[in-house]
Write a protein that binds this ligand. Structure first.
Ligand code: SAH
Length: 342
């Protein structure tokens, strides 16, 4: 069985041609799959029953079925646990902002990067998500909530640059005007810093926003937190982001999760400002979420504000990320993990 939803327009058109179908059929099917996000061939009501049966014999539509859903009473944030065709689980979160709805999607089932503070990586990576499965997270949420999602962040479970080809296919697909038609400028990709892939992405010339999970100003601290730092150092990864910004003229971001006594001192803030000097960038300061498998503790509010103040006084843009969905455990990896344990 072939995944019909990960085929691009040209491939779909070829496939339909080989079934002896006229060209307009391919456009109809493309729109069912990518604009409306249907989950079965029977919903494609303008196709003959015969063609639907023929399609069912050769193809399947990878879907994200809602297994669990939580709505925050505090801010309306919605968290989904989705079940995939092979019984695996992933998570997505929909957040409402002034400018519209943003979805945070997963890119892999689990993650092999091993960051010590992260719940998504505790059992390694089961498999990559298909392009269709990344897209179906958007469709399932949109269809369930009856809304249009305008922004996507690839910040859920998984390392997007470790699933490079499917992620690029996904980005091009959601941008297609016969599909979700989401602007690439409204998509953010977050990476732990796989340097060669950052350069490869740079050459794709896609106007997405790239954000790096930096979390530390030097190798000593970063290597303790993130094994990937043993492969590419802080300087190497910051240089890659700097080149990415210069090549694409797209401002880059750095995520910095604040952990009490680990990376939140005044000295850490100064060292960070020095490293980022001259780069057109923005720093997102994130209070670390408690994960029961590790003993990292969130920085106190005073230290978080002070960290931001130092960065700003040294001319580095920095904001503290607002926490949404606090009452529904909206930070990723935790629901899937609970399901695995039950
Ligand atoms: N693999 C990608 C994207 C997924 S993680 C990456 O590393 O960027 C998305 C963001 O959540 C990253 O910045 C990650 O470092 C952060 N994160 C993971 N666990 C967290 C936790 N317990 N508290 C706060 N942020 C966390």
């Amino acid at each position: 069985m072939t995944d019909i939803k990960s085929l691009n327009e040209a491939q779909l058109s070829e496939a339909l041609k080989s079934l002896g179908e006229p060209a307009f059929r391919s456009k109809q099917i493309y729109q069912w799959l990518h604009q409306k996000g249907v989950s079965s061939f029977d919903e494609m009501t303008n196709l003959s029953k015969e063609l639907r049966e023929k399609l069912k014999e050769e193809y399947f539509i990878p879907c994200c079925n809602i297994e669990e859903k939580y709505v925050s009473k505090l801010d309306g944030t919605v968290k989904y646990l989705f079940k995939l065709f092979d019984g695996e689980y992933i998570e997505s979160v929909v957040m409402k902002y002034k400018y519209g709805y943003t979805i945070c999607i997963s890119s892999q089932v689990g993650c092999k990067m091993g960051c010590r503070f992260c719940a998504s990586t505790l059992n390694g990576c089961k498999r990559n998500l298909l392009s269709a499965e990344m897209e179906s997270q958007v469709h399932s949420a949109q269809n369930d909530l009856g809304i249009r999602i305008s922004h996507i962040v690839l910040m859920g479970i998984g390392e997007p640059l470790d699933n490079y080809e499917n992620v690029i296919n996904f980005l091009k697909t959601v941008n297609n005007e016969n599909g979700l038609n989401i602007s690439l400028r409204d998509i953010t990709l977050s990476t732990c810093g796989i340097v060669p892939k950052i350069y490869e992405l740079m050459k794709e010339e896609l106007p997405i926003t790239l954000t790096l999970s930096l979390h530390a100003p030097n190798d000593k601290i970063r290597s303790e937190m993130m094994p990937i730092n043993n492969k590419w150092s802080v300087d190497e990864v910051i240089k890659a982001l700097d080149e990415y910004e210069k090549h694409t003229s797209r401002r880059v971001s750095f995520e910095y999760t604040l952990i009490n006594g680990v990376n939140d001192s005044e000295e850490n803030a100064r060292e960070l400002a020095k490293k980022l000097k001259g780069i057109n960038c923005h720093v997102n300061l994130i209070p670390v979420n408690n994960v029961k498998e590790n003993d990292y503790i969130v920085s106190n509010e005073y230290n978080i504000k002070k960290f931001q103040y130092i960065l700003k006084s040294l001319k580095i843009n920095a904001t503290i990320r607002r926490t949404l969905g606090k009452d529904i455990n909206a930070s990723c990896g935790q629901l899937r993990r609970k399901k695995q344990e039950s």
